[in-house]
Design a protein around this ligand. Sequence first.
Ligand SMILES: [Cu+2]
Length: 250
Amino acid sequence: MKLTTPLALTALAAAAATFATATTEAPAPVAGKVHGKIVFDGDVPETKPLTIKDDQAKGCCADGEKVDSTDRTMIVSKDGAIANVVVTLTVADAKVELPKEPIVMDQSKCRFEPHIAMVPAGATIAFLNSDSVSHNVHTYSVKNDPLNKTVAAGSKLEMKAEKEEAIKVACDIHPWMLSYAYVTEATHWGITGADGMFTIEGVPAGEYKLDIWHETLGKAKAEVTVAADGSSEAVEVKMGEKKKGGRRRR
Ligand SMILES: [Cu+2]
C-alpha cells in the first residue's frame, strides 16, 4: 500500500501532531542562572597590605619567598567591584546533598585557602596544615561548637558544622591568618570574584530573595526573578561601609 492516499497522509499528520504535543507538554526542566555584580557604595577604600613580621613568618615559605600580604577582608577594585561577597538563595523543596568528603580549609604558606569556604549545614570541615610549621585553628563560632587547637605540620583537624553561621577562623600563631567558614542552610550560592561578579547556576524558574554577606561590609538583600527560559536580569547591589545616618551595617 502506497502512503499517498489522503487517509494515510492524515494518519501521518496525526502521528506527527501527537509527537509534537507530547514534547511540548513535558519540556526538560530548565536550570536557570542568577548573576550579578556587587559594587562599593561611595569612595573606594584604600586597602593596605597585612602586617607580617619576619620573625613571625619564619618557616612559612621557602627561602626567598614571602607570605602573600594581600588583605582579603576588603578587596575592592578601582572601579568599585567587591571580591569575596557571598550570595545565597534557597529553592523551595531543593535538597542539598552533603559532600561525601570533608570540605577542605588548608593552611598553606601561612594563609588559609580558600579565604571563604562555603559549607552546607551538616557537612564536615577538614582543617589541613600543608606547611612545615605549626598552625592553630581558632574558630570564633557562636552557634557551632568552638575549636581552638594546634594543627601540627602535615596534620589535620576535623569539625562538623551543624548550624548556619559565618564562622571566623583564625590562627593564633600567625596573627594575619584569617578566613571564614560560611555555614549555610541555603540551597544555592556564589561568591564574587575580583570583578565583583557572581553566578549561581542550577536555579529553576521562580522568584528568589538573595542574602548577601561580606565579612567587613555586613549584609544586604536583593530579589531576582528567573524566567521560564532560565534567564534572569543581572542583579546589581551596592554595599558601603556606613549606612546613611552613620550606622554601620551588620
Ligand atoms: Cu598559622
